[in-house]
Design a protein around this ligand. Structure first.
Ligand code: BJW
Length: 238
């Protein structure tokens, strides 16, 4: 499937963090079953009602910082793969949690941003942020208030580091998609970009995603089981 000099790109979504205790979006008990996208995940929602949007992300930040939320065997397996794989490696996550970093991943792009960062709309500085955020919050760089937003990518905004991601996709030999429903672009189109470049494409998910027929291979089950098993197969073949 891939030799050990090959280049690997992995895309992860909310499903990989489900067994760590974080919610997915589009499962029947997911975040979008309780909250409307239009009220919390667009720039217009933030302009209209910043306190509501801050409240939504404050609750999720507190959830992420709960000591019970820890990387699971899928996060750990990807960090081990990065450490031991002799070829090129890039992990692209749609997740705004920091569980990949906590597991030890370093070659990592957060294409939809990071929950534990704030961006100042006044001076542009991006700062680490672990507290609740509100209109009274002060930018650590310029000292202004009512100017901070969470550093995440809302609908209609450009995801981060797209050039680096497409460069890696166009050069990859194996593309692995883990725990994503394949509903949100541009991430949902990565399988086609990788496939067009000649990569072997594999989906690991609880169930077939929206784009399942685009993949060469699929393994279905909880990420904490299927991801470590797939990684073991790659590492055993080195
Ligand atoms: C398990 C499991 C377990 C459960 N083990 N698996 C029409 C066509 C094409 C595009 C568009 C269009 N109309 C509008 C657009 C663009 C729009 C878009 O895609 N809309 C669609 C809804 C149609 N996209 C955008 O606006 C993006 N920007 C953009 O396109 O800019 C222009 C551009 C053009 C060209 C190139 C580049 C750019 C921005 C998207 C921003 C997404 N933001 C969010 C919220 C912010 C972050 C946050 O609050 O967390 O990001 S939405 C939400 O969805 C979040 C996620 O990262 C994202 C993806 O969700 P994910 O990870 O797939 O989660 P789920 O819940 O959907 O799926 C979980 C899966 O796991 C399921 O399949 C489960 O079965 C599985 N699972 N437990 C394994 N234990």
């Amino acid at each position: 499937m891939i030799d050990s000099k090959g280049s690997i790109v992995i895309l992860t979504g909310a499903g990989i963090s489900r067994e760590s205790g974080l919610e997915t979006f589009r499962d029947k008990d997911g975040i979008w079953s309780r909250v409307s996208v239009d009220e919390v995940a667009t720039p217009e929602a933030f302009e209209r009602d910043p306190e509501k949007v801050h409240g939504f992300y404050n609750a999720r930040r507190r959830g992420l910082l709960d000591p019970a939320v820890q990387p699971n065997p899928a996060h750990l397996a990807l960090a081990e793969l990065e450490r031991r794989w002799p070829g090129e490696f890039l992990l692209v996550t749609q997740n705004i949690d920091d569980l990949h970093e906590r597991a030890g991943s370093e070659k990592l792009i957060h294409m939809h941003g990071e929950l534990l960062k704030a961006r100042c709309l006044s001076c542009g500085e991006v700062s680490a942020w672990r507290e609740d955020m509100g209109l009274e919050s002060r930018c650590p760089a310029c000292g202004e208030t009512a100017c901070l937003r969470v550093e995440v990518v809302w609908f209609g905004e450009m995801p981060f580091e797209m050039e680096a991601i497409y460069d890696a996709l166009e050069a990859c030999d194996l593309f692995l998609s883990i725990g994503t429903s394949g509903n949100v672009y541009p991430a949902a189109g990565f399988v086609q970009a990788a496939g067009a470049a000649g990569a072997w494409t594999v989906e690991l998910n609880l169930e077939p995603s929206a784009g399942h027929s685009l993949f060469d291979e699929a393994r279905y089950g909880p990420a904490s089981e299927v991801a470590p098993a797939f990684v073991k197969g790659l590492l055993d073949a080195i």
